[in-house]
Design a protein around this ligand. Structure first.
Ligand code: 3LM
Length: 398
């Protein structure tokens, strides 16, 4: 049987296909069957008790673990270069489980002021109700980050490139601050995928994905995953995931395992298409300001390169329309092929208006601070022929 240790020696594109322990199917199926079961039968009463006590290997109940889900966890952990992973029902399930597992009332969290809307909502509304204070900070400047640290600070949370306007943070700089102050560094890597960026190499303790997006890539699942040290993942599994219960269904894990096999070739096409779309939009008079890390003017562009933080710019583009909200709405309503929908990382090119959609949980002040204006539009560039994407944008902007 091929073990997860062996699979760690492979290159990332190979890990997306073969990573993790092999499931020994008695029929020799190439694709491991989906273990679509809620519970597992114990051989005898003593064995059941031993599994609960942690004295014997073996599955118990799918909220606590499932072979299909386990295969996905091992594959994504290997891709991120982390020891282990825990799969969750949604990306937000991963954000909540990974942070709350290490926090208690009285603790303080520092979160980037540019993050996905529901992560902002979780930290600003819910955490506060449970006595956890959160400071939203512009982490581009190490001095600002340093100044926000208090004796109660336990955890730092960030996204880079950030949703929705691709603000880039220097992971190794933030990693050093976190190490110096012994803070748990949690990075949401959804926009990049482990093929384009591995935050663990820069000091991140936990790396989160909304697996709804590129990891699955086919727009038919909502799911999440968190990777980290074996000890941290054990803590998350045995506390917030097990007892709050937002675990992944085996059916979703099976679909993501299927989607993951083409992550390498999908990302190549997503990125190539996005660069062409960004170059086109950059020359459009209706576009006031373009946000895309692949263009030289984008702050943080220098962090892209084969040995650098980001292997490529990714495939999300945002831009401010010259005439603000009205212009953005007119443009969005004129698109024909491109779909007007939130989410990202699917085969279909998706477009949305962050201020009124993905980032609507932010207060007007928080939107302003994060630099999310009324005329901002976000595109997730898909896998269609790039000329069809460009044609649709061109006719809608005309
Ligand atoms: C979106 N984002 O369109 P789920 N982290 C990041 C994300 O972008 C998201 C999550 C976590 C979008 C979803 S908005 C209603 C639609 C960086 C999700 C949360 O729980 O799997 O949706 O992931 O930007």
């Amino acid at each position: 049987m091929r073990s997860k240790e062996l699979s760690r020696q492979w290159r990332p594109e190979t890990i997306t296909i073969h990573g993790g322990d092999e499931i020994n199917d008695p029929q020799g199926a190439l694709v491991a069957p989906m273990y679509q079961t809620s519970t597992f039968v114990f051989p005898d009463a003593e064995a059941g008790g031993a599994r609960f006590a942690g004295d014997a290997e073996g599955y118990i109940y799918s909220r606590l673990g499932n072979p299909t889900t386990r295969q996905l966890e091992q594959r994504v952990a290997a891709l991120e270069g982390m020891e282990d992973a825990a799969a969750s029902a949604t990306g937000m399930g991963a954000v909540a489980a990974a942070t709350l597992a290490f926090l208690k009332a009285g603790d303080h969290v520092i979160a980037s002021d540019a993050i996905y809307g529901c992560s902002y909502a979780l930290f600003s509304h819910l955490f506060e109700r449970f006595g956890i204070q959160v400071s939203f900070v512009d982490m581009r400047d190490p001095a600002t980050l340093g100044a926000a640290i208090t004796p109660q600070t336990k955890l730092v949370f960030l996204e880079t490139p950030a949703n929705p306007h691709l603000r880039i943070l220097d992971l190794s700089m933030i990693g050093k601050v976190c190490r110096t102050h012994q803070l748990k560094m949690v990075v949401d890597n959804t926009f990049m995928t482990p093929l384009l960026q591995r935050p663990g190499e820069f000091g991140a303790d936990l790396v989160i994905h909304s697996a709804t997006k590129y990891l699955n890539g086919h727009g038919d699942v909502v799911a999440g995953i968190v990777t980290g040290s074996a000890e941290d993942i054990h803590t998350i599994k045995m506390t917030t995931l097990k007892d709050m219960g937002a675990t992944m269904s085996p059916h979703d894990a099976w679909l993501i395992l299927r989607g993951l096999k083409t992550l390498g070739i999908r990302m190549e096409r997503h990125c190539a298409n996005a660069l062409k779309v960004a170059e086109f939009l950059n020359s459009e008079p209706a576009v006031e300001k373009l946000y895309f890390p692949g263009l030289e003017h984008h702050p943080g562009h220098e962090l892209i390169g084969s040995e650098k933080q980001m292997k490529s710019a990714g495939a999300i583009i945002a831009f401010d329309m010259a005439d603000g909200y009205q212009a953005a709405v007119r443009f969005l309503n004129r698109l024909k092929m491109i779909r007007l929908a939130v989410s990202l990382g699917d085969a279909e090119t998706l477009i949305q208006h962050p201020a009124s959609m993905t980032h609507s949980p932010l207060t007007p002040e928080a939107l302003l601070k994060a630099g999310i204006g009324d005329g901002l539009v976000r595109i997730s560039v898909g896998l269609e022929h790039v000329d069809d994407i460009l044609d649709d944008l061109r006719q809608a902007l005309a």
